[in-house]
Ligand binder design. Structure first.
Ligand code: TUI
Length: 308
């Protein structure tokens, strides 16, 4: 399948792996790139030495293109943004903010820049700033989210922009990919499906929560802090949601007890204190498979439907 996204990024399939903070490291990213998509390493709030090491290890495991996601709320986003240039990273996606100030230098370095956007307004600003494409991310996504759904957001972003649009949020199989293409997307970004991949390095407890999740097992917490986040329902995320609803947790207390909670989920599998960020489509993800099988299945399913 050739689209402007496969041409832009030099990949076989227009499937980009989500740049999931703490989750998306070189083993997963290289597996997705070797499968024909674009793997991403998440910068998150990691130290610069960690990200440099991950980029170098990824280069050892794949000769295919891969990218880095810069989380713009990170205190060291400036350093991580420069590191992408220094290490010759080919593709950068961004999340949780406006990457406008980095775009000119990334472009000068020949990097393909793909901001993740939750709204038409930000998408238009990114096109004007020189972005090569955008990821239009619906509220079905895991982690930090906007309010618009994938079904509503994607066609509106497609109508508003000339550059190609990648759809994200609620896509985990060929049907979702075909649907996104019917809305005008030329690629998809997939996170949750790759959580349940063999190459994903998260704690086994995290994978089990994804696999066991039903359609109603995701919850959005933290709207009152200004950073809404979609998680798998656990005792901890229910406590956060209740505390937010009944006022028993102040926004400051909320921030305090969620500090470090991504690491506790991903590394420790700690269900009492960890935030298991995950998309609403987890209910449909029931099996751990290698990334290559996941990618081939999604592509075969989408191509069959789109050929009809
Ligand atoms: O960034 C994501 N998903 C993420 S980042 C993350 S780590 C984190 N942890 C706690 C709090 C915040 C982040 C976990 N998941 N997705 C892309 C995304 N970007 N979703 C929403 C946005 C976004 C939101 C507001 C982008 C720009 C924006 O405003 C920009 C502006 O300044 O106008």
């Amino acid at each position: 399948m050739k689209t402007r996204i496969t041409e832009l990024l030099g990949c076989k399939y227009p499937i980009i792996q989500g740049g999931m903070a703490w989750v998306a490291e070189h083993t997963l990213a290289s597996a997705v790139s070797n499968a024909g998509g674009i793997g991403l390493i998440a910068g998150g709030s990691a130290p610069i030495d960690y990200l440099r090491d991950q980029i170098r290890k990824c280069k050892e495991k794949t000769d295919k293109p891969f990218g880095v996601n810069i989380m713009l709320m990170s205190p060291n986003a400036d350093d991580l943004a420069q590191l992408c240039i220094d290490e010759g990273v080919k593709v950068v996606t961004t999340g949780a903010g406006n990457p406008g100030k980095y775009i000119p230098t990334w472009k000068e370095a020949g990097i393909k820049v793909i901001p993740v956007v939750p709204s038409v307004a930000l998408a238009k600003r990114m096109e004007r700033a020189g972005a090569d494409a955008v990821v239009a991310e619906g509220t079905e996504s895991g982690g930090h989210i906007g309010e618009n759904t994938t079904m509503c957001l994607v066609p509106q972003v497609v109508d508003a922009l000339e550059i190609p649009v990648i759809a994200a949020g609620g896509i985990a199989d060929g049907r979702g990919m075909a649907a996104a293409f019917m809305l005008g997307a030329e690629g998809v970004q997939i996170g949750t499906r790759f959580l349940a991949s063999e190459e994903c390095q998260i704690h086994p407890t995290f994978k089990e929560l994804v696999i066991k999740a039903k359609d109603t097992d995701s919850v959005v917490t933290g709207r009152y802090t200004g950073h809404p986040c979609r998680n798998i329902k656990t005792k901890f995320s229910k406590k956060l949601a209740n505390g937010e609803r009944d006022g028993s947790l102040s926004p400051e207390e909320f921030e305090q007890i969620t500090l470090g909670s991504l690491r506790k989920a991903v590394v420790d599998g700690n269900v009492d204190e960890g935030s298991f960020l995950c998309g609403a489509i987890a209910g449909m993800v029931n099996e751990i498979k290698p990334c290559s099988e996941i990618v081939e299945e999604i592509m075969a399913g989408a191509e069959k439907l789109l050929a009809k």
